[in-house]
Design a protein around this ligand. Structure first.
Ligand code: ATP
Ligand code: MG
Length: 333
């Protein structure tokens, strides 16, 4: 069976972007004919800025709770924390020696996150995509569901696999397929329709957190940036209106409708009417998840037990693939 791998960083709390762009698809792929591995990528979470240890541990458990509360079933999917499956980091070293500096320097995430002062960025942030390639390829995963922002990293993963196979004259690592689907592959900031919604954005008003209560969700949507025009009844009418488009996309993804269907219903409405409806829809979908997350967070030992079992299952896959990689590379002993 084809194998799916994907991960989320415990760099902050889960956002609506993570839920609509990634987790919802993880859950549907779990129910399809795939073997599924989902990961809290804690090694990635320490690349961008210093996270104090308590926060990292809290974020990791909360993320695990978010996965499970959203429908990832540890009986159907392998659920792990990256650092606990050491083959990820071990394969990443090999890939650091396959990937080229020039490839890494072209990554837009590197450029965005390093900002103007790249000299002060961590070496880990620069190497991030090689570790991501290792996360995927240590499972020989064939399908990777992600948001649109990860497309370039997945192309790099294919380049790394192809160069490794070519350099060593083997057909060992698969060329993986990105799975980027749905109305919300790129949920934008509520404050700026040209910027992606991110859990690490300094402005809390820019995003909806999975743990926000009904009042906070309603307030953030009410204050979301929009233009003064009414909603159009056709998609073409959203052209040049990124903030309006974003709210319609979110509505469509939450309600599992196409953007066309949503506009057929809400076309002509003012935002003063549409925003409360969107808030109500968001609360109705997110409240059951956040309630379940809170319940799970009250039992951290249970979360740790699930992750420990996941690591054991994962290593049955990753240990033989790393061993074979070392053999191919010529590492003896
Ligand atoms: P950070 O700001 O720390 O990078 P993030 O919110 O971007 O956090 P990641 O852990 O980097 O979250 O990404 C996890 C998954 O969520 C990836 O598949 C990514 O493509 C997806 N994702 C992140 N933000 C969005 C978004 N705004 N819309 C759709 N998908 C998203
Ligand atoms: Mg990100």
């Amino acid at each position: 069976t084809p194998r799916v791998f994907s991960g989320i960083q415990p760099s902050g709390g889960l956002t609506l972007g993570n839920y609509l762009g990634a987790i919802k698809r993880f859950v549907s792929m779990q129910e399809e004919d795939y073997e599924t591995v989902f990961c809290m990528v804690d090694l990635h979470a320490i690349t961008a800025k210093f996270l104090d240890p308590k926060t990292l541990a809290h974020n990791t458990r909360e993320l695990a709770a978010g996965f499970i509360a959203s429908g990832i079933d540890p009986a159907k999917s392998i659920l792990i924390n990256q650092s606990q499956v050491p083959e990820h980091a071990q394969l990443a070293w090999i890939f650091n020696c396959v990937a080229r500096m020039g490839w890494m320097g072209r990554m837009t995430q590197w450029k965005d996150k390093a900002g103007k002062n790249a000299e002060a960025a961590s070496l880990g942030l620069f190497a991030y995509p090689a570790l991501m390639a290792a996360d995927i390829l240590i499972y020989h995963a064939t399908h990777v569901p992600v948001g649109d922002d990860q497309k370039q990293h997945l192309e790099l993963t294919r380049d790394i696999a192809a160069k490794f196979n070519h350099d060593y004259g083997v057909d060992f690592f698969p060329i993986t397929e990105p799975v980027i689907e749905g109305a919300a592959t790129r949920v934008m900031s509520l404050r700026d329709g040209s910027k992606k919604m991110s859990k690490s954005d300094p402005s809390d008003a820019s995003r909806i957190n999975m743990t926000d209560d009904a009042d906070a969700i309603a307030k953030k949507i009410r204050k979301a940036k929009t233009d003064p025009d009414a909603l159009p009844s056709e998609v073409a009418g959203l052209e040049g209106r990124p903030d309006a488009r974003n709210l319609v996309n979110i509505y469509a993804a939450l309600n599992e409708q196409s953007v066309e269907e949503v506009l057929r219903d809400v076309g002509g409405q003012q935002f003063g009417t549409f925003k409360p409806a969107l808030a109500e829809l968001a609360v109705s979908k997110l409240a059951p998840i956040s309630t379940e997350m809170a319940r799970l967070m009250a039992e951290p030992d249970e979360i740790d037990r699930i992750l420990k079992k996941g690591s054991e299952q994962a290593r049955e896959i990753t240990a033989p693939i790393l061993k074979k990689t070392y053999e191919i590379v010529g590492m003896v002993g």
